[in-house]
Ligand binder design. Sequence first.
Ligand SMILES: NC(=O)c1ccc[n+]([C@@H]2O[C@H](COP(=O)([O-])OP(=O)(O)OC[C@H]3O[C@@H](n4cnc5c(N)ncnc54)[C@H](OP(=O)(O)O)[C@@H]3O)[C@@H](O)[C@H]2O)c1
Length: 325
Amino acid sequence: MARESDFDWHEEPVPLPGPGQVLVRCEYLSVDPGNRLWMWPTDTTVPVQAIGTVMRGIAMGTVVASRCAAYAEGCVVQGVLGWQDYAIVSGEGHALWRMRQAERLTPQTHMTLCGHVGLAAYFGLLEIGQPRAGETLVVSSAAGAVGSMVGQIGLLRGCRVVGIAGSAQKCRWLREELGFDTAIDYKTEPVFHRLRKLCPVGIDVYFDNVGGPLLEDALANLNVGARVVACGMLSVYNDIAGVLTLPPGPNNLLNLTLRRSRMQGFLYSDYRARAKEAFEHLLDWHAQGRLQVRIDTIEGLRQAPRALNRLFDGSSCGKLIVRMS
Ligand SMILES: NC(=O)c1ccc[n+]([C@@H]2O[C@H](COP(=O)([O-])OP(=O)(O)OC[C@H]3O[C@@H](n4cnc5c(N)ncnc54)[C@H](OP(=O)(O)O)[C@@H]3O)[C@@H](O)[C@H]2O)c1
């Protein structure tokens, strides 16, 4: 786990934007398992981060000074602004994401639906998972930010949805509030046997947020022609041995051959050009009450390191966001 002593609190005068840059006042910080991955001393989805630089993180905020014609003062934006109150960002290229006016949505819900979480759930499931009505979808970390959205989109597509989560309370939420057909508590139930029982003809789509033993249990229960969506493997992000060698893979990949199935990874950023399509659907479903977003808000940037560990001890549910004060 990351330790609070891994972080340093640093204060300096608010900088001014240079030509082509904007100054953003950060208001909401998304705390993601990927933050831990970005702390690895090696390149991941981004180049390795140098010690002593601002911790990377996705945040939403308001442009308070601009020297870029594309972003006027008052614009609400999202991007990799970092764990800081004010960020200087280039207004050119893809560094910033403009947030449209969202009525009747809290900023936290807005940034979850219309940001990396929404994109990963929507395109990961629909493009990589290709679910069809009547098929069985299994999703791990099902009560998490991405997983809870994936399960609900699967239901909207007519799938039978089985969630895997780490407590009876989370499983009850999935079944009773979100409408999942069923849920498995992986901390108290034998997942392989439960999947065999609950998916008698096998899993058609496995949306993997976790990797590790749960992935092996899912691979051992695939239907012919299944799709395994490799969204992330958060069970290894704290694995320091894995940092150096990468963790051992699942020992039963042969199931992909035997069940004529495929496994594919993706990054939400692959779908940046089609973001509008996803956001329109997600906002619509949410407005109709068919897609719920649960937000867990933590107050104050100083709490961010502690919040990060809540993603790995199971005490978070839904999307974890730090409100800067
Ligand atoms: N490919 C992309 O572009 C993309 C974009 C966004 C996110 N992701 C990935 O998607 C996954 C989910 O992200 P998220 O933001 O929605 O996080 P999340 O699922 O909300 O993560 C927190 C939850 O993970 C569960 N968890 C922690 N350690 C676990 C373990 N060892 N085994 C099983 N479950 C564990 C815990 O719930 P329990 O109580 O259930 O254990 C915890 O509450 C991550 O792997 C992330 O890296 C990928």
